[in-house]
Design a protein around this ligand. Structure first.
Ligand SMILES: Cc1cc(OCc2c(-c3c(Cl)cncc3Cl)noc2C(C)C)ccc1-c1ccc2c(C(=O)O)cn(C)c2c1
Length: 233
């Protein structure tokens, strides 16, 4: 039986990442709007756009706290953020469905996503993904590390120094592997299941590109930040 233990520096790394992950959250006033605004498809789209914009700001702040990220080439930092934003946001929005948000916000959020002009062909895989994340019952350390690993994917478009990204990602993968072994000794495949979700995320981000196109053909507007990070308009 492999004797797994977390080293002191791994514990420090874990604390930095989890603190950053829990500190940067969507502001309450944005989340509260979920319950207030009325329910038209346009109103829902507008709210989701506002949440996505806020989520990107949260994501940028979180990423800056990933040890080693700011020492990467600046253009590579941008390429990693642009390449991973949708995947990180799907992970984060899935986690909203994992932990019940206060006062029925989760149900309202689901309704607003279902009624925001997204066609059924994308709604189905999106909510299947949410279910697959909920079923993992991830703890916060796992959520934070899985998001970090997604951001540090070396083979995103336009990344020049992939080795530098790989080195940091490997540190995070090793830490997550140990955590899984320690937290779930009865589930030896749990780490592999977590990484399997990253494959699902890639598929979702391809669907997402089509979602954006169909929204745009219906003349939906995005915010400047979303246009920049998603290369639309
Ligand atoms: C729930 C959602 C949706 C969202 O984007 C909404 C969108 C998406 C899209 C879709 Cl629908 C689903 N997943 C990922 C994408 Cl990126 N694609 O385009 C849009 C907009 C531009 C219409 C962005 C962010 C959140 C989100 C995330 C975290 C929290 C949170 C917490 O952490 O406590 C509390 N609240 C209310 C949250 C809301």
């Amino acid at each position: 039986k492999e004797k797994v233990e977390i080293t002191k520096e791994q514990r420090t790394l874990m604390k930095v990442i989890v603190d950053a992950y829990s500190t940067h959250q969507i502001p309450q006033d944005v989340a509260k709007k979920l319950l207030q605004e009325q329910y038209s498809a346009d109103e829902n789209f507008l709210l989701l756009t506002e949440m996505a914009t806020s989520q990107v700001q949260v994501l940028v702040e979180f990423t800056k706290n990933i040890p080693g990220f700011l020492s990467l080439d600046r253009e590579d930092q941008i390429a990693l953020l642009k390449g991973s934003a949708v995947e990180a946001m799907f992970l984060r929005s899935a986690q909203v469905f994992s932990r019940k948000m206060p006062s029925g916000q989760t149900e309202v959020l689901e309704e607003r996503i279902r009624k925001s002009g997204i066609s059924e062909e994308f709604i189905i895989p999106m909510f299947n993904f949410y279910k697959s994340i909920v079923s993992l019952h991830m703890v916060q350390e796992e959520q934070a590390l899985l998001t970090t690993i997604t951001i540090l994917t070396p083979d995103r478009p336009y990344v020049k120094d992939q080795q530098a990204v790989e080195r940091i990602q490997e540190t995070m993968l090793e830490l997550l592997r140990k955590l899984c072994v320690l937290q779930r000794p009865q589930e030896p495949q749990y780490f592999a299941r977590l990484l399997g979700r990253l494959t699902e995320l890639r598929t979702l981000s391809h669907y997402h590109a089509e979602m954006l196109t169909s929204w745009r053909t219906n003349d939906h507007k995005f915010t400047p930040l979303l246009c920049e990070i998603w290369d639309v308009q």
